[in-house]
Design a protein around this ligand. Structure first.
Ligand SMILES: [Zn+2]
Length: 403
């Protein structure tokens, strides 16, 4: 590592300064010098250059006390925009965020094809539309990250997407060639874990995120880095065998965890028992209100199987924070405590087990955060998660008056 190199040190300092400004939201030069332990002169030179680049803006706090209002610094949210895309089966969702990680627009389109060339054309058209919307800002569309529900290699090649039946396609290269914009590909559970860390659990260096949707995925963040295994395929936890000789899975094995603990399997099973086709979360809510015995019986079974997988994950990783992204668990009262009761082995250690507060938008927001991290060249962004549109508006107006 060229630690003595002045340009390298300048780059490290720049990254540290930007990280602290993002983390604080709004901060003075003096405070910045204090928390980074960099000299006031270094801060001053770096900030002048970041202001010149439009990355940082000087602002004044409206609510400061009588007297001279301090000049504060904040990230210039409008300097550029990141596009996060969730490429799911039958639909594609888009979220555009500003440089502060706040969503400014989003859209979901239904797709009725699994063809690579058809989906590629749809992506090109939509990304071009978003790119044009950002033209007025200094850096425009700074990049696109796409959440892939399948295996993505460490060099961002799509190895396999089961539900689209895609094998070994170079979507990143094809899109970059067509659009002239940076494109990043990442597994959906990895992006969910990245979103949880960037938006919610800023203090955790050891976090795992389990996504229970049509399949089950696991995103692993250790020391603020995604742990992806040798080829990039780690976290295919849905295919951990929990029932030898059990139900046949699409992967070719029998008894995989996702055959017992994914939401799609739960809904299928409940549909059979209740003899109601196309069960939705609305049905679940209604049956919960009616205290339906069959629903409770099925849920208990579901929670039991979830606990088996979690038991294994905790034993392997000893994580600080485990986050479960599941709409069903968020609907079912006390689901987390029910699971905790099953996690009673004396070898099990973790600090927190929680349901995701971000939910299904997690992989799109994680995608935006990844693009911004790469653009700003920082290790991990610490954003504020906006709960509502009002929150977004107030956060975007936080940097009050530009001087
Ligand atoms: Zn399997």
């Amino acid at each position: 590592m060229p630690t003595g190199d002045a340009a390298y040190i300048r780059k490290l300092n720049r990254s540290l300064i930007i990280s602290k400004i993002v983390e604080a939201g709004i901060i003075s030069r003096a405070e910045l010098s204090k928390i980074t332990t960099l000299t006031k002169a270094t801060i001053s030179v770096q900030i002048a250059s970041l202001i010149d680049e439009d990355i940082i803006i000087e602002t004044q706090q409206d609510h400061s006390k009588v007297g001279r209002k301090p000049i504060m610094l904040s990230l210039n949210g409008a300097a550029g925009y990141a596009l996060g895309i969730d490429l799911d089966y039958s639909q594609i969702s888009f979220t555009l965020s500003n440089l502060l990680g706040h969503p400014v627009s989003s859209d979901t389109i239904k797709i009725h094809t699994t063809s690579y060339s058809d989906i590629f054309d749809i992506l090109v058209e939509k990304i071009n539309k978003y790119k044009n919307e950002c033209l007025k800002s200094r850096y425009g569309l700074i990049g696109v990250a796409i959440s892939i529900h399948g295996l993505v290699s460490t060099d961002e090649l799509i190895h396999y997407i089961p539900r689209l039946n895609w094998y070994d396609v170079d979507l990143k290269h094809d899109l970059e060639k067509e659009l002239n914009v940076n494109v990043y590909l990442e597994n959906n559970a990895n992006l969910s874990a990245f979103a949880e860390r960037s938006y919610t659990y800023h203090k955790s260096d050891n976090l795992v995120c389990i996504t229970l949707r049509s399949g089950i995925g696991l995103g692993i963040l250790i020391n603020n880095k995604l742990s992806k295994g040798h080829d990039g395929y780690a976290g295919e936890i849905g295919h951990m065998i929990i029932q030898p000789g059990g139900d046949l899975c699409a992967c070719g094995n029998k008894g995989c965890w996702e055959r017992y603990a994914s939401e799609s399997i739960f809904l299928k099973q409940l549909s059979k028992e209740k003899q109601v086709s196309n069960i939705t979360y609305k049905h679940i809510e209604e049956w919960l209100n009616q205290n339906d015995t069959e629903l409770h019986r099925q849920m208990e079974n579901f929670l039991y199987y979830i606990s088996i997988g979690l038991n294994n994950i905790i034993n392997i990783y000893n994580p600080e924070v485990l986050i479960i992204d599941s709409e069903l668990l968020s609907l079912y009262p006390d689901s987390i405590n029910e699971i905790k009761k099953n996690l009673s082995s004396s070898t099990i250690h973790y600090r927190e087990l929680l349901i995701s507060s971000i939910g299904e938008k997690a992989c799109e927001l994680g995608a935006c955060a990844l693009v911004i991290k790469n653009f700003l060249e920082i290790t991990m962004p610490n954003f504020v998660y906006p709960e509502s549109i009002e929150d977004i508006n107030s956060l975007n107006n936080m940097s009050v008056k530009k001087l």
